[in-house]
Design a protein around this ligand. Structure first.
Ligand code: 0WD
Length: 254
């Protein structure tokens, strides 16, 4: 028996086995959740299917979050398979690599728009189309980073998009609380993933965390996974509109 028995949860943002979304899925599965995975494009479909096959009974559905049509189709597919939805894990972000180095002041209009569309607006778009399926209440969560609050080297436009994402969490929480739907974010310390590869000097960021974080180590995806499990569960029923740090304490000293 698990904390998430009978809970239907959609996990968005698995790209490979290093993805934070995949660690989250493992923690959710360990507590008995029924999972649906979405993939961005054919580029990652095969990898996501292979991973999902290791969790028998999981659904695998396409959804590029830049497309309202895709999100509507996702809502229809989830309604058909699950009926009721209890949880949404949003673990998606994107910016062009050239916007993730050098000076923020050089950010292009198109680069700004793209980063905000995929990394911030997509949470609202997904919540808008999926909350009607959460008829028994539910939990929506997303992934953010300290660069939302501080000007950090190279994070640039992604930091500005994460600030919009964190504000969206508060507005969505205010809107959806009346339906007993909670909306929160996890602010994770740096973890070596595909997305992290795009950030210049990522190794030196990891070294700084090892030196300065109160717990003197970098964040494991599993640590994020277990906090996500808590946010999806009844244990966190009093928490909404919040940003929870899973960063070994770095943000209090760094
Ligand atoms: O240090 C880190 N890795 C941290 C990541 C620290 C704190 C926060 N985060 C955040 C990221 O900003 C992101 O929001 O966690 C989330 C997950 O990131 P990740 O697990 O580090 O990276 P990755 O495994 O690359 O997953 C992100 C995925 C994309 O992967 P790629 O690398 O193929 O772009 O987001 C998905 C895609 O699978 N994605 C999309 N999904 C649907 N539609 C789209 C899209 N348009 N664009 C990207």
């Amino acid at each position: 028996s698990g904390l998430l028995n009978g809970k239907n949860i959609v996990v968005m943002g698995v790209a490979n086995d290093r993805s934070i979304a995949w660690a989250i899925a493992r923690s959710l599965k360990a507590q008995g959740a029924n999972l649906a995975f979405t993939y961005e494009s054919e580029r990652v479909e095969e990898r996501v299917r292979k991973l999902a096959e290791t969790m028998p009974g999981s659904l695998v559905l396409p959804c590029n979050v830049t497309s309202d049509e895709d999100i509507e189709r996702l809502a229809d597919a989830l309604r058909e398979s699950f009926g009721v939805l209890h949880g949404v894990v949003h673990s998606i972000a994107f910016a062009k690599t050239e916007e993730l180095e050098g000076l923020y002041v050089n950010t292009s209009r198109a680069g700004f728009a793209l980063a905000h569309d995929i990394s911030a607006y997509s949470l609202t778009a997904v919540a808008q189309k999926l909350y009607p399926l959460m008829t028994e209440g539910g939990s929506i969560m997303t992934m953010t980073y300290l660069g939302a609050e501080r000007a950090m080297p190279n994070y640039n436009v992604m930091g500005v998009a994460k600030a919009a994402l964190e504000a969206s969490v508060r507005y969505l929480a205010a809107d959806l609380g009346q339906y007993n739907i909670r909306v929160n974010a996890i602010s994770a310390g740096p973890i070596r993933t595909l997305a992290a590869k795009g950030i210049k000097d990522f190794n030196s960021i990891l070294r700084q965390v090892e030196e300065k974080a109160p717990l003197r180590r970098t964040t494991d995806a599993e640590e994020v996974g277990d906090t996500a499990m808590f946010l999806m569960s009844h244990l966190s029923r009093g928490i909404t509109g919040e940003v929870i740090y899973v960063d070994n304490g770095y943000h209090i000293v760094g």
